[in-house]
Ligand binder design. Structure first.
Ligand code: CMP
Length: 140
């Protein structure tokens, strides 16, 4: 099934000038960018995006980090995009991520893990709508 997933290139990767390298990984894996923009979240906007984690001990630190600098958000489209992108990202903790994954290559810490991706169809729907209107993310 052709589907869309929400990808974020996080502040650590943006500040290390890895935007181009990471988008190239997406395209080489067949994940087609259908919407792209750079934004800087306020802390409140980061809290809204990560609301499912609000009871977790790392929530405050995560939201401070995600609002600490610009991020690049993309809608990626392919067959099974959600799982395909999760496989490409690797485990949340870069120290546990498999060789060849983006987090293994570019993540430095479980929080500074270079990229985010939606973990289910339900979260993809919420996360895509959090950043993109229908006009910004057109059907191909
Ligand atoms: P992400 O895919 O953006 O989804 C939630 C984020 O919370 C996750 O990547 C990590 O960056 C962060 N995270 C998850 N678990 C921990 C943890 N134990 N300590 C710190 N940050 C975490």
């Amino acid at each position: 099934m052709v589907e869309r997933t929400l990808a974020i290139i996080k502040p650590d990767a943006v500040s290390h000038h890895l935007v181009g390298a990471i988008i190239q990984r997406y395209e080489q894996a067949g994940l087609v960018p259908v919407a792209v923009k750079m934004v800087r979240l306020t802390k409140a906007q980061a809290e809204g995006f990560y609301y499912v984690h609000k009871q977790r001990p790392f929530f405050d630190s995560l939201c401070s980090f995600m609002s600490s600098g610009p991020i690049v958000v993309l809608a990626l489209e392919s067959e099974n995009a959600i799982q395909r992108y999760r496989d490409l990202m690797g485990a949340t903790d870069p120290a546990k991520a498999a060789a060849g994954t983006i987090r293994k290559a570019y993540g430095t810490h479980i929080e500074h893990n270079a990229v985010h991706g939606s973990d289910s169809a339900e979260s993809a729907q919420f996360e895509l709508a959090y950043f993109f209107s229908a006009l910004e993310s057109p059907q191909r």
